[in-house]
Design a protein around this ligand. Structure first.
Ligand code: SAH
Ligand code: SF4
Ligand code: F3S
Length: 449
């Protein structure tokens, strides 16, 4: 008889949720759950949710509604809600959608298997505590052996910055960092299972201050240099950073650490000092611009990415055009932009709101500019030799897709390459959202490596 239970897990929101979903699957795996891609086959459906904007949170309820019939036809099916909506709304979720059996917040995932077992026994489970003990030490289940060449590794969680628009400090709790040794051990384990690129994650990853082997607090730069020593690890990335925590040692590492990739996601949110102040961002447009110059001095080819919010309460046209002018000044290789979304319980929710039409028009204008900058920077890659880590098969025969150092997607059609390989590629074409190129088997474009 087959006793394996099936788990369908769906992930929303940021990369930290992707990492958490992996850890929860592994913990439930140790308890006999096997992952499935089909909710119809599942014994447990787990939604790992995001609360950052209203739409993200509301999506969860429409998704839950879709499982009504399935649950009616299969009463033994258990449905769980994890992640930031779980943390923010707790038992309200079960009140609003009674088919939910389990609600678990991000700081309680070490309890996931126990909670799932109790839910199977028929009682509703809610765990949204912020326990003192270290979740990562307690999370059971081996890091899965089957994975691609790139992996996420959460090193820092939570946020103490309380930007006026943001739910993260409430859903993820106070800032905390994992000890250096724990991170390095996990990185080595990932490398042993075939990983060549690790992206260090944190809601404020550059505020990392984990305990080092000398008992002192180590900075993110120091952690990166420790990971640089891991044989077999070819690439290190980190995200998401806050401008105020961009320390000199980290900037310097961008210039000197070969494994650290030339890509930096550094959200500014707005180019208006008045709005930045109202956002409680504690940096201004000028300090951000000079920070980027300093980073570019250390690593001239670094690709800069950012986040923007348009239509923050009280934002005028003048404020908005200051954001546009900052974007023109920086030249982004990539950016994510959002209409401000009112989040209950955050200070900005109580202020004068900008109307939807204005938000939409500003978003389009900003995104048009970003798209042009992005394409311009991508087009400049034509004729360059980049290194690509191939991570998946493409749509066409013998085509593989990978990421360059700058995080551009690169397609290559060549029967000699395999997923997981890191190859020199000569870029021949810039498409809408990707580059195409051909493998360089020897480094002889103009006799330069
Ligand atoms: N810690 C990161 C951001 C994490 S949230 C930082 O400080 O930059 C990811 C992005 O979501 C933010 O950068 C912001 O642009 C966006 N965001 C957060 N709250 C939002 C809200 N209420 N409305 C619209 N966008 C929001
Ligand atoms: Fe949110 Fe980032 Fe601000 Fe923290 S620093 S409150 S995560 S936007
Ligand atoms: Fe969303 Fe929570 Fe990440 S609110 S962006 S899933 S930290």
């Amino acid at each position: 008889m087959n006793n394996t239970k099936k788990l369908f897990i769906k992930t929303y929101g940021c990369q930290m949720n992707v990492y958490d979903s992996e850890r929860m699957s592994e913990a439930l795996g140790a308890d006999g759950y096997e992952k499935t891609d089909s909710p119809d086959e599942a014994d447990m459906i787990l939604l790992n949710t995001c609360h950052i904007r209203e739409k993200a949170a509301e999506k969860i309820y429409s998704e839950l509604g879709r499982y009504k019939e399935l649950k009616a036809s299969k009463p033994e099916l258990k449905i769980g809600v994890a992640g930031c909506v779980a943390q923010a709304e707790g038992e309200e979720i079960i009140k609003r959608q009674p088919l939910v059996d389990l609600v678990v917040g991000p700081q309680s995932y070490q309890n996931i298997a126990g909670l799932a077992a109790k839910a199977v026994d028929g009682t509703k489970q809610i765990d949204i505590n912020f326990p003192k003990e270290d979740k990562f030490t307690l999370l059971k289940g081996a890091r899965s052996a089957q994975r691609g060449p790139s992996a996420f590794l959460t090193v820092q969680e939570g946020c103490d910055k309380f930007c006026a628009f943001c739910v993260v400090p409430y859903t993820r709790g106070a800032e905390s960092s994992r000890p250096v040794l724990q991170v390095v051990d996990e990185a080595k384990h990932l490398v042993d299972s075939g990983v060549r690129e690790i992206t260090l994650l944190g809601q404020n990853v550059n505020a990392y201050h984990g305990a080092g082997s000398d008992g002192k607090e180590w900075s993110l730069a120091k952690l990166i240099w420790e990971l640089d020593k891991v044989d077999g690890l070819a690439r290190i990335r980190f995200t998401t950073s806050h401008p105020n925590d961009m320390t000199d040692d980290l900037i310097e590492a961008h210039g000197t650490c070969k494994k650290l990739m030339p890509y930096l996601h550094l959200p500014v949110q707005s180019g208006s000092n008045r709005i930045l102040k109202r956002m409680n961002r504690s940096h201004d447009a000028e300090s951000y611009i000079s920070l980027i110059s300093k980073i570019r001095e250390a690593r001239p080819d670094i690709l800069i990415s950012g986040d923007f919010i348009v239509g923050f309460p009280e934002e005028t046209d003048k404020d908005f055009y200051e954001t546009i002018s900052l974007i023109k000044n920086i030249e982004y290789g990539q950016a994510f932009s959002f209409k401000y979304s009112t989040r209950p319980g955050t200070p900005a929710a109580e202020r004068d709101q900008v109307c939807e039409e204005v938000k939409t028009a500003r978003l389009y204008e900003l995104q048009d500019l970003i798209k042009k900058q992005q394409k311009n920077i991508q087009d400049k890659m034509i004729g360059r030799n980049v290194q690509v880590l191939f991570d998946r098969k493409g749509r066409f025969n013998n085509q593989l897709v990978g990421k360059s150092e700058y995080l551009h997607a690169v397609n290559v059609t060549d029967p000699t390459i395999a997923v997981g390989e890191l190859k020199n590629v000569y870029i021949t074409k810039s498409n809408t959202n990707s580059l195409s190129g051909s493998i360089l088997n020897y480094c002889s474009i103009n006799n330069k490596c």
